[in-house]
Design a protein around this ligand. Structure first.
Ligand SMILES: Cc1cc2nc3c(=O)[nH]c(=O)nc-3n(C[C@H](O)[C@H](O)[C@H](O)COP(=O)(O)OP(=O)(O)OC[C@H]3O[C@@H](n4cnc5c(N)ncnc54)[C@H](O)[C@@H]3O)c2cc1C
Length: 315
């Protein structure tokens, strides 16, 4: 944990260099997440290229500063106290399409899924249709092994360029990424995904567009897309669906404070206006408790809590 003096010292070390974007102090994070909840980051910096990232991590290591990389914040719950350290966002070189070839797309990790899928479609490349319904960046999608409509990142990622905390850049092939249901190696290995090589198939852009539309329509009918949520709250237990379990306990529409279990889909929790992290967490725990009481099944959260809960705060 950094104290205020540590934050000041870190700021002064960073401020000795010029950055393409200003270093922001006490930067609000709630508006950078889809659920619109959470306190500020002590420091916030958007990095545009490898030089900036390398320099930033030299300073982070020197100050032993906690850091966190933010995508679109669509699978995150940020605690009300905010993040005690520096939050990093990728832009510039890291949010572009680097290469398009006959069956491969190379994208920066900071690019939005929707934008990357659009470029694939324009180049008659199929395989990314499922990503049009997943808000977020390609880096966040690889981290979570995001998936929908029977497909997941594991099916299209060929390799990833990865920046480790110690400043090395390595290319890791998919077979070493430990992808499984909403899980990847990145959850255990601190670092930043910089770039992804995606293996796609050739198809007509009209056929790709048609599939995308079907997926979007399906989503609109079943999920609370207009509400402030962070996507699926729980991963599905083997052989069952968390939404079905929560709904069958009669919990739709119920919640704590300004948070409620979505009346449209029980595996979503909505911020109905001014919810705090505690409202969301208590509603998560309420659903877990009820499902455990009725079915003896412990529902496991899918999204990330930042900073992670201490043992005193919860399980
Ligand atoms: C309405 C809605 C619908 C959704 N539907 C789906 C769905 O169908 N399927 C699904 O899987 N998910 C779904 N989600 C959840 C979410 O969109 C995905 O998990 C998404 O991939 C998260 O990407 P992000 O950029 O928003 O990551 P963030 O939420 O910003 O971060 C998530 C994690 O990824 C890490 N991360 C982000 N970028 C990088 C990087 N470059 N390098 C290393 N780590 C990184 C972060 O540090 C964090 O730990 C949905 C969310 C919403 C709000």
């Amino acid at each position: 944990m950094m104290d205020q003096q540590g934050v000041q010292e870190l700021f002064h070390s960073l401020d000795k260099f010029s950055w393409q974007e200003e270093i922001r102090k006490k930067e609000p994070l709630a508006n950078k997440t889809s659920v619109r909840v959470g306190g500020p980051a002590d420091l916030f910096l958007t990095v545009h290229d490898l030089d900036e990232l390398t320099r930033l991590f030299e300073i982070i290591r020197e100050h032993q500063c906690p850091w966190f990389v933010l995508g679109k914040g669509s699978n995150l719950l940020i605690q009300d106290e905010g993040f005690p350290g520096i939050v990093i966002r990728l832009a510039g070189d890291f949010s572009q399409v680097a290469q398009v070839s006959s069956r491969q797309l190379v994208v920066g990790a900071g690019i939005a899924n929707i934008q990357a899928s659009r470029i694939a479609k324009k180049n008659n490349l199929s395989g990314m249709e499922f990503l049009t319904t997943i808000p977020g960046t390609m880096g966040g999608a690889a981290f979570m092994n995001a998936g929908a409509h029977g497909q997941e990142m594991k099916d299209i990622v060929e390799w990833v360029e990865f920046f480790s905390e110690t400043g090395e850049v390595e290319t890791i092939r998919a077979e070493y990424l430990d992808f499984s249901y909403r899980h990847s190696r990145f959850m255990q290995t601190p670092g930043i995904i910089l770039k992804l090589g995606l293996q796609l198939q050739v198809d007509h852009s009209e056929a790709i567009g048609k599939r995308e539309k079907e997926f979007i329509m399906r989503r609109k009918g079943s999920q609370p897309l207009d509400a402030r949520t962070w996507g699926s709250v729980f991963v599905n237990p083997p052989g069952d669906s968390s939404g079905r379990l929560i709904e069958s306990c009669g919990l739709k529409g119920k919640g704590i404070g300004q948070a409620r279990i979505s009346p449209k889909h029980a595996n979503f929790i909505e911020n109905v206006g001014g919810a705090t992290f505690q409202d969301l967490l208590k509603t998560v725990e309420y659903a877990q408790k009820e499902v455990y009481r009725v079915y003896g099944i412990h529902l496991k959260m899918e999204g990330r809590i930042i900073p992670e809960l201490t043992s005193k705060q919860g399980k």
